[in-house]
Ligand binder design. Sequence first.
Ligand code: ADP
Ligand code: MG
Length: 422
Amino acid sequence: MKHAEDLDVAGRTVMVRADLNVPLDAGAITDDGRIRASVPTIRDLLTRGAAVIVCAHLGRPEGDGYAARAAGGPSLRPVADRLAELLGQPVTLATDVAGESARVIAATMAAGEVAVLENVRFEPAETSKDDEVRGELAGRLAALADVYVGDGFGAMHRKHASVYDTPLLLPHAAGQLVLAEVAVLRQLTTSPARPYVVVLGGAKVSDKLAVIGNLVGSAGPHPTTPRSASSGPAAPPKADRLLIAGGMAYTFLAAQGHQTGDSILQAEQIPHVTTALADAGRAGVEVVLPVDHVVADRFASGAEPEVTRGPDIPDGKMGLDIGPATRELFAAKLADAKTVFWNGPPGVFEFPAFAAGTLAVAEAISHVTGLTVVGGGDSAAAVRHLELPADAFTHISTGGGASLEYLEGRDLPGLAALGDEA
Ligand code: ADP
Ligand code: MG
């Protein structure tokens, strides 16, 4: 992969595809981690005399056509404003993605200036499955710039017009964020120091079954496109231990015959989970499930927390966090780790009464000496709010789905378009 730092950009207009997909609450940014992570590449290009056009998506605009989506939002306005604060210079926001406003801005920008295009997902073509439809949008995007820099790691697993098709039309390179993310993930997928312990949480087991399959040494329940021979191992290394928490743990516990009460449960996934447990047993991968829970009678911030005495959850109660015994058990299982990957919060950390499990796991990982990687949008946002020391983890990834697909050994379209050889 070519490095953006090696491109000659003086006097040229560079399109940076960034991942600025931050969580919003009533239009306000609740975690600006992804914007901060995008700054180094943009700043480097500006310093070297480029004009920078940033292309990014935000949320899930709804509606059939461009007009409906643009009217419904979300607009990148708050993101462009935050980027301006972080860069310490004005940022112009185009009123469209690759239309008249974008063209005028692109044609009149000077070196050292920054513009942001409106939410690229206002263009239905961005996510189209039809190559020609995406190609038309990619053509309009490419016409705005001389050079393309891919730095939106969190979108690299999407075969979208701005991620996959546009770089093919321009001289292209990878930005600093993408290079850093790939370097860390490559360490996880090529002979990680052992014990290699993986902590998985989050809401749904179905999101993470493919990666679980890889980590326990099975082929995985979903067909995966193995990364090409030249680009690293098709079968990523197994974990030594897999600690399972969060909503997905209840499907595992149900598969073992435990009561899960009203907890979120994906009953249709029980057969897959059973297979994964059997594969883990055969491969010698230790799977550690919660031994107690913090439960409540409703999914609400104000719900009364109650600790169970064991892994079973009575009817009328739902598990919202791992219990104290599980927090200790997980800490013990992490204590001797040399490599850790953590994706998905072990509890509903958004509710303070159910955040202790997420805090305990974060702390236990922060004491590990070795490579520690946090992946996943919600997990990363959660740990940034915990006020742990800046060096608590080796790396906090900006990509949730993208890092999981990398760990599954899949080719990421965005990396392939940038000429990834690893
Ligand atoms: P990430 O973005 O880090 O990959 P996910 O999107 O998979 O994580 O899951 C994050 C969500 O999982 C959080 O919003 C959290 O509240 C939720 N979650 C964690 N534990 C539970 C639980 N026991 N019941 C319901 N939801 C849970
Ligand atoms: Mg998430």
